[in-house]
Ligand binder design. Structure first.
Ligand code: UD1
Length: 419
């Protein structure tokens, strides 16, 4: 298993490019199942989850041609409406094929994603929403078997929990359903807006995306299009926090600051100077230690759960004490134990981490446990004294493209060794 070796304490000053957003690219790839026409998607991140998605689509019969500059062209008819366990277990976002398959082909057999390291992560709302649209659904032998022989119809559906992939599944299904669908308490994440814009480019009739109520007038067919995935706001945020924790400076290119407001506000509170243009964000700590910032995760536009672990790492070396409350996932503090092994002073009380900033952390062998937890260990290692070896980095490779090359361009001393 590959490991990352990071020597902390190097001056952080440089420029880095952000990739396309994984969490936009995954639903957009699934959306291509809604038409047999050819669709070209640009700015895909080069990540394992994207490869898994393309493999899944390929097995269903879709023709995928990977072009240069992170583009892919897809098209053709599905001849196998199944997402098998061996692929779904690699990536729970495979559940995103359920809505499009059902809406376009009237049939979908998708393995249940099962448990996940950061909590139970049910998909009940995806299923209930599709049932409200006329689908017959059974869960047996670990598979969701969904049928809609007469097609789906519009529905007025209220989600009692805000769910990102749930909203995406229902949005895609509604695009081809007969009549009007109204999704209430919909997720407002920028990735939902990106998916909706791609569906609109395919001919869908959608209004209200980016608000809590999305209205979809179903159309009879969707067509091909060309679409560019938005920049990855979580990757951008991770680079900014890394520079802040290390008292350094970084300019991130290919960004959209409007998708990162809650994070930027917290970085300013930590003492960072920010300079924002249409496509870049520059953060400068002017050599100062960050101030501790308290925060609470919640659905967009509030502070994203996918940035919580990185802020815990920064707070671990910040001046002062902070409280970080996780409200989205029940088991998303697995980085805390590993950070403590590097000398962090963090107490966990239920869904709250109480962090007393220490002057410096010390390098240690640590283990990545999930995607964002591993980003937090890398940030801690960059700010620490001495060498840190991060094991099980396949987690980080799921969400960060060329992590070592990108961090090197910021001045981080990092290398990968095959284990
Ligand atoms: C997506 C993101 C993930 C991010 C998360 C929250 C993708 C591929 N992944 O995950 O990076 O951390 O949003 O911003 O976009 N829930 C239910 N019933 C459901 C669905 C969800 O109770 O049917 C609950 C979950 O247990 C959780 C909360 O809703 O507590 C939010 O989960 P959800 O937004 O669905 O997360 P994902 O879409 O899986």
């Amino acid at each position: 298993m590959d490991k990352l070796i990071i020597t902390g304490g190097a001056p952080i000053d440089g420029e880095v490019w952000a990739s396309g957003a994984k969490n936009s690219a995954l639903p957009i790839l699934a959306a291509t199942l809604l038409t047999a026409d050819r669709i070209t998607i640009h700015n895909l991140p080069h990540l394992q989850d994207i490869t898994t998605s393309l493999e899944l689509l390929g097995r269903m019969g879709i023709d995928c041609v990977v072009g240069d500059k992170m583009s892919v062209e897809l098209g053709g008819k599905v001849n196998d409406c199944r997402a098998p366990y061996e692929l779904v277990k690699k990536m729970r976002a495979s559940i995103l094929v359920l809505g499009p398959l059902l809406a376009h082909y009237g049939s979908a057999d998708v393995s249940l994603p099962g448990g996940c390291a950061i909590g139970s992560r049910p998909v009940d709302l995806h299923l209930r929403g599709l049932e409200a649209m006329g689908a017959e659904i059974e869960v047996e032998n670990g598979y969701v078997r969904a049928r809609a022989p007469q097609g789906l119809h519009g529905a007025h559906f209220m989600m009692d929990v805000v769910t990102v992939t749930g909203t995406e599944n229902l949005l895609m299904a509604a695009a081809l359903a007969k009549g009007t669908t109204i999704l209430e308490n919909a997720a407002r994440e920028p990735e939902i807006v990106d998916l909706a814009e791609c569906l609109i480019a395919m001919g869908a009739n959608i209004k209200g995306h980016g608000t809590g109520t999305i209205t979809v007038e179903g159309v009879e067919r969707l067509h091909g299009c060309e679409y560019t995935v938005m920049p990855d706001r979580i990757e951008v945020g991770t680079f900014l926090v890394a520079a802040a924790a290390a008292r350094g400076r970084v300019k991130v290119r290919n960004t959209r600051a409007d998708t990162l407001e809650a994070v930027l506000v917290k970085l300013e509170e930590a003492g960072a100077t920010l300079e924002v243009t249409e496509s870049t964000i520059t953060l400068d700590m002017h050599g100062k230690r960050p101030r501790a910032v308290s925060l609470r995760t919640a659905p967009y536009p509030a502070f994203p759960t996918d940035m919580q672990a990185q802020f815990v790492a920064m707070n671990a070396v910040a001046e002062g004490t902070s409280r970080v409350v996780e409200t989205i996932f029940e088991n998303r503090f697995m980085h805390v134990q590993e950070l403590s092994r590097m000398g962090a002073d963090i107490a966990l009380e239920g869904n709250t981490a109480l962090i007393k900033g220490v002057e410096s952390l010390s390098g240690a062998p640590v283990m990545a446990t999930d995607l964002r937890a591993s980003a937090s260990l890398v940030i801690a290692a960059i700010a620490a004294q001495g060498e840190t070896v991060v094991d099980r980095i396949y987690h980080i490779d799921r969400g960060y493209e060329c992590i070592e090359e990108k961090l090197q361009s910021m001045g981080v001393k990092i290398r990968r060794v095959a284990g």
